[in-house]
Ligand binder design. Structure first.
Ligand code: NAD
Ligand code: TYD
Length: 351
């Protein structure tokens, strides 16, 4: 890869994307980083205020479902590599509106693959298409075992089915056209800048506002949580050191049952907010279960650890502390993203 390559990062105004953009802009001053984002409800340029005036950073407002625009941008900027994060990313929204997920996650990914192919005319020396995916493509585990890179795909939600489909297309372009690609499948992320519709930021926001904490079903569902900056570091590692046509699983070695995680969060928030311990737990409300709710996700991340030397840099306790502090110090961010259409979604989902 060239020292001064142009890298297109899609979805860079979102949660994970903004941390990836920041890391690349700051760590690689010779790279030209282009952040392409449609700025949907989940995208927010506030997330990148601190780096927006850097000379190696350019923002492009564009929708990946618009194939002609995407082709034009590739023709203009000749991106050497793509790190593709733009997606509809929330399972509950995928249950309410599955087609939006097919459009962005499947067709949008196809448009990027085609534009990359058209731009380089199948001459891919020094080029790379890196597709960011999720462990949810593997479906659900029972009470034991782990997802490895060879676990068969078995998606259960419209979100995970759309991500699985996009993963297959990326692989197919590698096999059929020789496009150099890597894919990574990561577990649940948490950290600063996550939109408060996913479990951890939603519950932090509700605790701050003394609103009920809607735990789906009996709360005995398990997720493997990874601090978002550790995901960004893993993406940097795979982008530079990963082998073409390989998949890497990324996980936190950190499984939590939802109900235990929610109780821990309540405890930490009570302490931070100076409330009597036990106050926030009273907000826990068991609500109707999510349809098709996957019981358990857990990643075996030994391949990335053994082959590329990546392991998480923070413990869950440290990551949660940083996350809670960030939300408490950025209440105006929370207020701005939860005004307007967020309220409509909240009513639809929870009442
Ligand atoms: P997010 O919802 O916070 O951000 C998605 C970003 O994509 C937003 O900035 C949004 O504006 C942009 N976007 C959406 N549709 C677009 C379109 N049609 N054209 C251009 N931009 C568009 O998502 P996230 O949580 O940061 O996830 C990023 C990626 O990582 C996704 O591909 C997701 O599947 C994957 N992933 C997420 C997690 C997680 O726990 N959040 C875990 C594993 C993998
Ligand atoms: P979420 O953050 O939506 O991530 P994912 O579904 O991609 O794993 O949800 C994490 C877990 O928390 C999942 O088991 C569903 C559960 N959950 C609730 O119990 N209540 C909620 O309001 C939300 C958003 C999630």
């Amino acid at each position: 890869m060239k020292d001064n390559q142009s890298i297109l990062i899609t979805g860079g105004a979102g949660f994970i994307g903004s941390h990836v953009v920041r890391l690349f802009v700051e760590k690689y001053p010779d790279y030209n980083i282009f952040n392409l984002d449609a700025l949907t409800y989940a995208g927010n340029l506030e997330n990148l205020k601190d780096i927006e005036s850097k000379s190696n950073y350019t923002f492009l407002k564009a929708d990946i479902t618009n194939s002609s625009l995407i082709n034009e941008l590739f023709e203009t900027y000749k991106f050497d590599s793509v790190i593709h994060l733009a997606a509809e990313s929330h399972v509950d929204r995928s249950i309410l509106d599955p087609l939006a997920f097919v459009k962005t996650n499947v067709i949008g990914t196809m448009n990027l693959l085609n534009a990359f192919k058209n731009c380089w005319k199948d001459q891919y020396q020094g080029k790379r298409f890196y597709h960011i995916s999720t462990d949810e493509v593997y479906g659900s585990l029972g009470h034991t075992g782990f997802f490895t890179e060879t676990t068969a795909y078995d998606p259960n939600s419209p979100y995970s089915a759309s991500k699985a489909s996009s993963d297959h297309f990326v692989r197919a372009y590698g096999e059929t056209y020789g496009m150099p690609y890597v894919i990574s499948n990561c577990s649940n992320n948490y950290g600063p800048n996550q939109f408060p519709e996913k479990l951890i930021p939603l519950f932090i926001n509700n605790i701050i506002n003394n609103k009920s904490l809607p735990v789906y079903g009996d709360g005995n569902y398990t997720r493997d949580w990874l601090y978002v900056i550790d995901h960004a570091i893993a993406i940097d590692t795979i982008f530079h050191k990963g082998t073409n046509a390989e998949t890497y699983n990324i996980g936190g070695f950190n499984e939590w049952k939802n109900i235990d995680l929610v109780k821990l969060l309540c405890h930490l928030m009570d302490k931070k907010l100076g409330r009597q311990v036990g106050t926030s737990e009273k907000l826990i409300t068991f609500v109707k279960d999510r349809p098709g709710h996957d019981l358990r996700y857990a990643i075996d991340a030994s391949k990335i650890k053994n082959q590329l030397g990546w392991i998480p840099s923070v413990t869950f306790e440290q990551g949660l502390e940083k996350t809670i502090n960030w939300y408490l110090n950025n209440e105006s961010w929370l207020e701005s993203v939860t005004s307007g259409t967020y309220q409509d979604y909240y009513k639809k989902q929870y009442t």
